[in-house]
Design a protein around this ligand. Structure first.
Ligand code: ADP
Ligand code: 5GP
Length: 207
């Protein structure tokens, strides 16, 4: 990544259903913020649009893009491939945009291990409770139990990655959570969060 102006990379990760996509969309409405639209091999949900929510492509095409080195990071999540385009990210960074990523812990690790010449800040989102997470997944997946079960099964594994992130925020009331995140983003490294409280919350979620 060369000749960047002033943009930063802000990564949001969470167990599926905790609300990161909703939050990323809200953050991207701010001036000079933009979402990194990922490529995926999963099928679109009824409300999702190609090029806006994701670039929906076949597994074959995804593998071709990997071979050509087109991804800044990529990972297999819930039997599908997901990746962030190097070119699209570079374009935005070079324009001085702040880019918000909705990616999993594998992709976050990859980005953190790269020498990127702009600020990278990582935020992990937690649900208020396991029952609320299930409720959100059931609502979003229109009670498709196979998908809901698969995502709930991965929940604990994903949850344990919270320690790898710079900040952890609980998404109970959406607007409150959004305001906390914007404060973190604006204050950059000056905000602190209560690690002990979060650790206890994670313990409750794991029970
Ligand atoms: P993720 O991207 O983490 O998998 P989504 O953003 O798709 O999660 O959110 C899952 C579902 O929960 C969506 O239907 C969304 O509208 C809803 N949701 C997100 N945040 C909240 C919240 N704070 N309170 C209630 N529902 C929420
Ligand atoms: P979903 O299918 O619910 O949209 O996303 C499933 C998971 O894949 C989520 O954890 C989401 O953050 C992650 N994901 C989405 N896009 C990318 C990406 O480009 N790279 C990586 N590593 N993960 C992604």
């Amino acid at each position: 990544m060369s000749s960047f102006k002033k943009g930063g990379i802000f990564i949001l990760s969470s167990p599926s259903g905790a609300g990161k996509t909703t939050l990323v969309k809200k953050i991207s409405k701010n001036r000079n913020f933009s979402v990194s639209v990922s490529h995926t091999t999963r099928s679109p949900r009824p409300n999702e649009k190609n090029g806006k929510d994701y670039f929906f492509i076949s597994k074959n095409n995804f593998k071709k893009l990997i071979k050509k080195g087109e991804f800044l990071e990529h990972a297999k999540v819930f039997d599908n491939y997901y990746g962030s385009s190097k070119k699209l990210v570079n374009e935005k960074i070079n324009k001085g945009k702040n880019i918000v990523f909705d990616i999993d812990w594998q992709g976050t690790r990859q980005i953190k291990n790269k020498s990127i010449k702009c600020k990278v800040l990582t935020i992990f989102i937690l649900p208020p409770s396991k029952s609320e997470l299930l409720k959100r997944l059931l609502k979003r997946e229109k009670k498709n139990m196979k998908t809901v079960k698969k995502r709930m099964k991965e929940f604990k594994k994903d949850l344990l990655k919270w320690k790898e992130y710079d900040y952890v925020v609980i998404n109970d009331k959406l607007n409150q959570c959004y305001r906390k995140i914007m404060k973190i983003i604006k204050n950059k490294n000056e905000t602190i969060y209560d690690k002990k409280f979060i650790s206890q919350h994670v313990k409750r979620l794991l029970n």
